[in-house]
Each structure stands twice: as C-alpha cells, then as structure tokens.
Design a binder for this molecule. Structure first.
Ligand code: SF4
Length: 335
C-alpha cells in the first residue's frame, strides 16, 4: 500500500444558517430571519480566491422546509451560487439537506458531486437528538442516497459518531451505506465525523473517545467496499496516524474555517504535510469528485475538471493503486 493521504483544497460558502430543524448538537443553525446570500455577494466572496489554489467550493446550507413557500427561492439561491462558482472556475459540491427528486436533477447540472450525511440511521435517536429535526428521519436519508444513486450523482455521505448511538446502530448504518453502494456504485467517500461539543453549546453527549473512534474506523473499513474512501476530519482528532493505519485515507475539504465546528480550526496543509511526512505519509490534493466517478460529472464541466486535474498530482492509476481497488470492479457499472 502506498502511504498517501488526500484532501480537497476547499472554500465553504454558506447560503444561509437558517434551518427549520433543531438538532440538539448543532453549532451552525440560526432562526428564520437569518440572512440569505445573494448572487452578487457570492461573487464578491469567491472572486478573490481565483488563482489561490482553491479547487472545491462547498455550498453548505441550513434548510428551508419543503412546504415553506420560500423553498423555491432558497433552492434558486443555491443554484445561483453553484453557477457563480463555476463561472469563476471552481468545482461546486453541495450539502444542503434532503432535496426533492426535481431539485436533485436540477442541482446535478451545476455540481460535480453532492453530499448528505446519513448520520446514524436510528428511530430511537429520532426521539432524542433528532426529536425536532424532521430532515433527519432515517428513511428520508436512505431515500436521498438511493435517488442520488439512480441519477448517478457522485456522492459523499458520512456518519456522525458519539451522539448517543449504540454499537449496533453504527454497524447497521454502515451496512446500509454499503448496500446502497453495491446497488448504485455512486458513493465515493464516507466521513467518520466525531461529535465534538462547541464552546457555547449545551453538551449533547461526551462524544466518543479516540480509541472508540478508532474501533469504528476499523469496522467501517471492514464493512464498506474498498472503492469507498474513508474520511477523517483532521481538526477533530488528536493524532492522525492511527486512523490512517486503520484505513482512513482522506482528510476532507480543508479551508480557512470549519463552519460546522468553528471551535476546531483546520490545520494548514503545509503543517499537515510536515506532520504526516514525519509519520511516513504523503499528503496530496484531490478534486471534490473521485477519479473513478469522473465519467459521471456533467460533460459541461469536463474542461474545468481536466484543468484542475493537473493541480492534484493524483491520476487515476495512482488512485486505484492507493486504494488497492480492483479495476474490473470499478469498470462494472452497478446501476
Ligand atoms: S439539520 Fe444541520 S443545520 Fe439544521 S439543525 Fe440539524 S445539524 Fe443544524
């Protein structure tokens, strides 16, 4: 195995912090009435980043209820921001909660990949941390991943760990993701995100210990198919090496601020590179879409994709070797 770990040079744009859900662990949401980003504000935010090395624009939004009359305007804002990102040469990746099928289809034309955490698929948690978060209903999350699979959208998902789930719930959640991947072949990575309490937050739980998180990493590597990369957020663990050895080979999008965990600053790539090199690992940049799913990116974005490829040092052959993926498996379209 080559000792290579990847990350995506990324900048996060938040269309709005307004969210109709109330997850008890949330550090991000604001009440109705919070500001929405306009197309010109998004342009002003992103334009200075041209030529800075940023490749991915992550559009991460709070949610407006599907039956709220403002939903269409909220969705149009997200499409607008994707278009602005594309016009400036960035690759948009969205994470805006569950979308309707027509919304998914529309967003597919202006993104290279999308994401939605499944968190933990548990009806029990729907009565505790997700009691006031209808979007976190397990069946809605699974349906979203299946729709994305049917549409062939390169997709990122993940589990939120340490929010009061049981070992069995973790296992069945990972098994469900694996089943969806065997069926559709569109899941590129699974984020193993530990719950870490914010400074001003009422503590939801104590979270997982580093040892427990490591056990889940090993478990995830056993359950998920080899072409699914495991991602560990470098700002939420103390030491990376054990997680890399356990099979988590990606550090996610790294930018100036982790907007979901603002109390846990991202390390700078240069510092990470140095730290990883001491442990015998090489840090490399990647795109927000993984190489074996390039063919599923809309053709209108192919030129942009190949422009950015030269910045990644991660051609497909290296990726395949890196993850010891059987090319025959990848060539087979699961759909
Ligand atoms: S859905 Fe996301 S933004 Fe909304 S309350 Fe839950 S964690 Fe926060």
């Amino acid at each position: 195995m080559q000792r290579i770990v990847t990350y995506s040079p990324s900048f996060t744009v938040v269309p709005t912090h307004e969210c109709f859900n109330r997850c008890t662990y949330c550090n991000f949401r604001a009440e109705r009435g919070a500001s929405w980003l306009s197309r010109s504000e998004a342009h002003r935010l992103l334009e200075p980043l041209v030529g800075s090395g940023v490749i991915e624009v992550l559009i991460l939004s709070g949610e407006v209820h599907p039956r709220d009359p403002r939903r269409a305007a909220w969705f149009a804002m997200i499409v607008d921001i994707c278009e602005v990102a594309l016009s400036l040469g960035f690759l948009p990746h969205t994470n805006c909660g569950p979308l309707s099928l027509p919304e998914l289809k529309a967003l597919q034309t202006v993104t290279c990949s999308m994401g939605l955490m499944v968190e933990i698929l548990s009806d029990r948690l729907s009565e505790s941390v997700h009691r006031h978060a209808p979007s976190k209903a397990p069946e809605l999350r699974v349906e979203q991943l299946a729709w994305a699979g049917e549409l062939g959208i390169p997709f990122t998902t993940g589990v939120l760990l340490g929010i009061g789930e049981t070992e069995l719930e973790r296992e069945t959640t990972l098994e469900t993701i694996a089943r969806l991947q065997y069926r559709y072949g569109h899941i590129q990575e699974v984020i193993l995100q530990p719950y870490r309490p914010g400074r001003y937050e009422t503590r939801c739980t104590d979270g997982l210990s580093e040892g427990e998180l490591l056990e889940v990493t090993c478990q995830a590597r056993q359950i998920l198919p080899p072409e699914v990369t495991l991602q560990i957020p470098p700002n939420l663990v103390r030491g990376l090496s054990p997680f890399l050895m356990a099979g988590a080979h990606d550090l996610g999008g790294i930018g100036p601020v982790d907007v979901v965990n603002p109390d846990y600053p991202h390390p700078v790539p240069e510092g990470l590179q140095e730290q990883l090199a001491k442990a015998g690992w090489e840090l490399r940049r990647r795109l927000p879409v993984y190489p074996h799913l390039y063919h599923r990116v809309p053709p209108s974005m192919h030129a942009l994709l190949s422009n950015h490829l030269s910045e990644t040092d991660l051609p497909i052959e290296n990726f395949l070797k890196l993850h010891q993926v059987d090319q025959a498996v990848l060539k087979q379209d699961h759909r």
